[in-house]
Design a binder for this molecule. Structure first.
Ligand SMILES: [Zn+2]
Length: 334
């Protein structure tokens, strides 16, 4: 028996939520959960999406970071990676569906629930393995990515990274893992998909990776930024720092020209506060410029280290900071 039900709570989650995958039964009338025989009130701050009530009454708790009438932002337990589903009368757009099987299953169920025969799309914001691993869970969707994503030379390595991850954690998935076949290739800025009253506009976004894309859903003034303008990460420059800065400029222009009300980064929290969007732009720009100055002048700015240490996951981010230094050093030698 397939059944779905949502115990809806209004608050969006601002702090890191708890993730539990547990079996228990549900008292639908009282909105309480029976866990280990004890009745617990459903938390005010967490959505429980009940995926599949079978004989064992399996309940999957997934985190929904943001939700309005059209946009749902799922947040994975891993790296706070976001997977966005945008629904209009004309389309369902699924962005970077990831990470864990139950998390992807929750996205599938959400899409099924919203499906009124709209055309389905899956957008890949870039080719990092965590952003592509779930695509075969949506076999009906038309796929979208950049020309660079299609032309990427080390696709096998990317697939190997997914296989290594799954093997390491004994993860089994009910769909195939392979590199996405792309139906719609993004070649230039403002390339647009139109479907009746919905239009999605795409922009090339190199810098983090060479094959990045960000998207604007015009109807809802939403910007899906990929791995830019995060609140939990400073810029990870895996491609080129100047390209990164140009992408930041592009994002800044789009935010004002398209009157963006909701910014969704690839990791961390979405925001509908324009001041916050501007702050993230300023931080990214400052970080890259300070790092470049440090390298050019052969000095150490304590303030840069303080900035890196101010992030919640500074220990891991420290490695990315070192990587960024090496990247800019290599650029300066050219
Ligand atoms: Zn990422």
């Amino acid at each position: 028996m397939m059944m779905k039900m949502k115990l809806r709570k209004k608050e969006r989650i601002r702090t890191a939520p708890q993730y539990l995958f547990i079996s228990f039964s549900l008292d639908r009338k009282k909105e309480t959960l029976l866990v280990a025989g004890k009745s617990r009130k459903v938390s005010e701050y967490v959505y429980y999406t009940i995926i599949n009530i079978t004989a064992t009454e399996r309940v999957i708790q997934v985190s929904i970071q943001y939700e309005d009438n059209q946009i749902t932002v799922f947040q994975s337990a891993l790296l706070q990676t976001t997977s966005t589903v945008a629904v209009t009368k004309d389309i369902i757009l699924i962005v970077d569906p990831t990470w864990l099987p139950a998390e992807i299953e929750a996205i599938q169920q959400h899409v099924k629930e919203k499906d009124n025969g709209q055309r389905q799309y899956v957008l890949f914001t870039h080719s990092d393995f965590d952003h592509i691993l779930g695509w075969n869970a949506f076999p009906e969707a038309v796929t979208i990515a950049s020309r660079g994503f299609v032309a990427k030379s080390d696709k096998k390595e990317t697939i190997q990274e997914i296989q290594d991850f799954d093997d390491y954690y004994y993860i089994q998935r009910p769909y195939i893992i392979d590199y996405p076949d792309i139906d719609i290739i993004i070649d230039y800025d403002e390339q647009t998909i139109e479907c009746n009253n919905t239009s999605i506009m795409f922009y090339l976004a190199p810098g983090h990776q060479p094959d990045g894309v960000f998207a604007v859903i015009q109807e809802t003034n939403t910007l899906i930024a990929g791995d830019y303008l995060s609140d939990v990460e400073f810029p990870f420059i895996h491609h080129n720092s100047e390209a990164y800065e140009r992408t930041i400029d592009k994002l800044e222009n789009v935010i004002s020209e398209k009157n963006i009300h909701l910014l969704i980064p690839g990791h961390g929290h979405s925001t509908n506060d324009v001041k916050e969007m501007q702050d993230r732009i300023g931080d990214s720009r400052w970080y890259i410029q300070a790092l470049r100055d440090e390298i050019r002048q052969g000095v150490t700015y304590d303030v840069l280290q303080v900035f890196v240490d101010s992030f919640l996951f500074a220990r891991y981010l420290g490695e990315e900071h070192e990587h960024n230094k090496q990247q800019i050093q290599a650029e300066e030698k050219r």
